[in-house]
Write a protein that binds this ligand. Structure first.
Ligand code: 5RP
Length: 251
């Protein structure tokens, strides 16, 4: 893996305190520099990816990019892209994607990710799994020593049918990591429903779950599970924006 650091301010200039949203925007704009005319682009979901989609729309509008086809990873991103006039298609028509840009909830030192706090993990995994290049954009708060290390949950998309049964199986699977499985609710206290009509069970872990590939396989073997939010060995580049500048990590 290689690393490249770019400073945001010259050594002599006074320190600039940036908000988390400004850092997200810096990472997003940097990622859009990888976009070239004629590309089929996976469009991510979330507050960081939103900046990238805005920027792509702006460059298209200014005529600085041409012939882009966007493949959105959620209904929300689809609406945003449509409102910006970005031409859209889907994986059925474009099974190979040149480049995807998306945020993440956690990034470990091997560039494995946790995604899905926004609930779009299934479509994200389908689209980003079909990409030649997958550029992840984060502010430095997303970097962790191991997945689960931020104290945030590992999201699992499950079918609504007898979700408690599935949630119990998931909790038991990670019992030794002190796992608590909780159904995700929306702001009205109703079950959160994904774009695919499913529910999300959030797994809160107290410890490292060990071998991630073994954990992934075990989760996917449980009937009722649709997909989980660990994105293992998928990111090709991670762009991290921090107070001291931008760091680009390549696989
Ligand atoms: C949605 C995701 C998002 O990319 C992830 O939650 C990061 O979101 P944000 O950029 O708002 O911090 O995986 O399913």
């Amino acid at each position: 893996s290689s690393m490249e650091a770019l400073s945001l301010s010259s050594p002599m200039s006074p320190p600039v305190i940036l908000t988390q949203d400004e850092l997200k925007k810096i990472a997003a704009y940097k990622a859009v520099e990888f976009v070239e005319s004629g590309m089929v682009l996976g469009l991510g979901t979330g507050s960081t990816a939103k900046h990238a989609v805005d920027r792509i729309g702006e460059l298209l509008c200014q005529g600085k990019l041409n012939n882009i086809i966007g493949i959105p990873t959620s209904k929300k991103t689809q609406e945003q892209a449509l409102s910006l006039g970005i031409p859209l298609s889907d994986l059925d028509n474009h099974p190979t994607i040149d480049l995807a840009i998306d945020g993440a909830d956690e990034v470990d030192p091997h560039l494995n990710l946790v995604k899905g706090r926004g609930g779009s993990l299934l479509r994200e995994k389908m689209v980003e799994g079909a990409c030649k290049k997958f550029v992840v954009i984060v502010d430095e708060s997303k970097l962790v020593k191991y997945l689960g290390g931020s104290g945030l949950a590992l999201p699992v998309e499950v079918v609504p049918f007898c979700w408690k049964f599935t949630a119990n199986k998931l909790q038991n699977l990670f019992e030794s990591s002190g796992c608590v499985a909780k159904l995700r609710n929306d702001c009205k206290g109703e079950p959160f429903v994904t774009d695919n009509g499913n529910y999300i069970v959030d797994l809160y872990l107290k410890k490292d779950i060990g071998d991630l590939q073994v954990a992934s396989d075990a989760i996917l073997r449980i009937a009722g599970v649709v997909e989980h939010g660990m994105f293992l060995d998928m990111a090709t580049t991670v762009i991290v924006a921090g107070e001291l500048g931008i760091t680009i990590k390549n696989k």
